[in-house]
Design a protein around this ligand. Structure first.
Ligand SMILES: Cc1cc2nc3c(=O)[nH]c(=O)nc-3n(C[C@H](O)[C@H](O)[C@H](O)COP(=O)(O)O)c2cc1C
Length: 363
C-alpha cells in the first residue's frame, strides 16, 4: 500500500508519527531579546497536542541582527536555548517531533511587527543596520532601510552563527533543524541574481550564489547528530518572470546538491524576495507543482506547503506521491487540532492519539 497522511515517516534514526508538519510561523511574541515565552510553549504545545507529526518553531534568529522584528525568537546564546528547552520537551512529551527553523532575515530585518505595519525601524526606534550579499536595501514603499554588504569575514561569522545555533538547538532538545533559505531572507538573497551582485566566490554564477547555502547546510549537518534529520526551506522561484531571477529550474538543480550537503528533506515554498513578485495563484496546493519538480530532481524527501487546508487534500498529496510531508501553516492557526480532526475525517482516528485528559470527549 502506498503511504498515506497517517503513515509514519522514518528519516535517519527518527520516526515521525504522521506526515503533517506545522509550518514555521513567526509569532512576534518575545518580550525581550529573542527569548521564548509562555506564548511559544502554549502555541507550539497546542499543535503537538493537536496531533501534528512535526511541530516546527517560527524562524529563530541565529544572531540579533537576523531578526525580522525585535519581537522575534532567537537562539544566539545559551539563555535562548534554556528558554526553548521546555518548548521542545513539551512537544516531545506530546508525541510530536520538535523542530526548529534556523534563520537570518538579511535585508528584510529590522521591521515593526505585521500588526504595526511591517515598516522599517529607524535607529531611534530600536532599529539596526541590516546586512545582505549586496548593499541594496529591500525596496519598501513606506520607510527607508539601510543595508550593508557582508564582507568575507562577515560571511564566515554568519556561517559560524548558524553552526553555534544548531549546537544550542540540540542542547535545547530539538530533533530536526531546518535551515531557512526562503522568502527573501539572507540565504535566499545569496541565491538570487536579483539580490546577489557580488564578484567574489559567494556571487556570480550558480555555483557562487549557491555556495553559502551549501556550506551552511553542510556545516549544520556536521554538528547535527547523525540519527537526526536536517531540512532546508527554499523558495522554488522568485516569481519574477520578467527579469533574471531564481527559477524553479535553479531549485531543481540545487536540490541534489543540498542532499549531497546532508539535507534529508527539501521544504519547497516560493517567493518573498521582491515586492514586484507576481504570484500566479494562491489557491489550494498553489506551490505543490514546485515540490513535484524538486522531487523529480533529488533523492531527498520533499515537503509541500501552501494552501493545504483539508484532510483529504493533504492525504491525496502523500498517497499520490506528490510530496513526502504535508506542511500546514494558516490552517494550524485556525485549528490547532488539525491533525486529530483530519484523522477523524479520514476514518483513521486513533483514540490513543487524543490526550488522555480529553478522552471522555472522543469515546
Ligand atoms: C503568521 C505567519 C508567519 C509566518 N512565518 C514564517 C516563518 O517564520 N518562516 C517561514 O519559513 N515561513 C513563515 N510563514 C509562511 C508559512 O510557513 C507558510 O509557508 C505559508 O503560510 C503558506 O502555507 P499556508 O497556506 O498553509 O499558510 C509564515 C506565515 C504566516 C501566516
Amino acid at each position: 500500500m502506498s503511504d498515506h497522511l497517517f503513515g509514519s515517516l522514518s528519516i535517519r534514526g527518527t520516526t515521525v508519527r504522521n506526515r503533517v508538519m506545522v509550518s514555521p510561523m513567526c509569532q512576534y511574541s518575545c518580550d525581550r531579546d529573542g527569548l521564548a515565552t509562555d506564548w511559544h510553549e502554549v502555541h507550539l504545545g497546542s499543535r503537538a497536542t493537536g496531533g501534528a507529526g512535526i511541530v516546527m518553531t517560527e524562524a529563530t534568529a541565529v544572531e540579533p541582527r537576523g531578526r525580522i522584528s525585535p519581537h522575534d525568537l532567537g537562539i544566539w546564546s545559551d539563555d535562548h536555548a534554556d528558554a526553548l528547552a521546555p518548548v521542545a520537551e513539551f512537544v516531545s512529551e506530546r508525541g510530536a517531533t520538535p523542530a526548529i527553523q534556523l534563520a537570518h532575515a538579511g535585508r528584510k530585518a529590522s521591521k515593526t511587527r505585521p500588526w504595526d505595519g511591517s515598516v522599517p525601524l529607524q535607529p531611534d526606534e530600536g532599529g539596526w543596520e541590516t546586512v545582505a550579499p549586496s548593499a541594496s536595501p529591500y525596496p519598501y514603499d513606506d520607510g527607508e532601510a539601510r543595508t550593508r554588504k557582508l564582507d568575507r569575514e562577515d560571511v564566515e561569522e554568519v556561517k559560524a552563527n548558524f553552526v553555534a545555533a544548531a549546537e544550542r538547538a540540540i542542547d535545547a532538545g530539538f530533533e530536526i533543524a531546518e535551515v531557512h533559505a526562503a522568502h527573501g531572507y539572507l540565504l535566499h538573497e545569496f541565491l538570487s541574481p536579483v539580490t546577489n551582485h557580488r564578484d567574489d566566490e559567494y556571487g556570480g554564477d550558480f555555483e557562487g550564489r549557491t555556495r553559502l547555502v551549501r556550506e551552511i547546510v553542510s556545516a549544520v549537518r556536521e554538528v547535527w547528530p547523525g540519527d537526526l534529520p536536517v531540512f532546508v526551506r527554499v523558495s522554488a522561484t522568485d516569481w519574477l518572470p520578467d527579469r533574471e531571477s531564481w527559477t524553479v529550474e535553479d531549485t531543481a538543480r540545487l536540490a541534489p546538491l543540498l542532499a549531497d550537503a546532508g539535507a534529508d528533506l527539501v521544504d519547497v515554498s516560493a517567493g518573498g524576495l521582491h515586492p514586484d513578485q507576481r504570484i500566479p495563484s494562491a489557491g489550494p496546493n498553489y506551490q505543490v507543482p514546485y515540490a513535484e519538480r524538486v522531487g523529480e530532481s533529488t533523492e531527498a524527501l520533499v515537503g509541500a506547503v501552501g494552501g493545504i487546508n483539508e484532510a483529504e487534500q493533504a492525504d491525496a498529496l502523500i498517497r499520490n506521491d506528490r510530496a513526502d510531508l504535508a506542511i500546514v501553516g494558516r490552517e494550524h492557526l485556525r485549528d490547532p487540532y488539525f491533525a486529530l480532526h483530519a484523522a477523524e475525517k479520514l476514518g483513521v482516528e486513533d483514540e490513543a492519539e487524543w490526550p488522555i485528559q480529553y478522552r471522555r470527549a472522543v469515546q
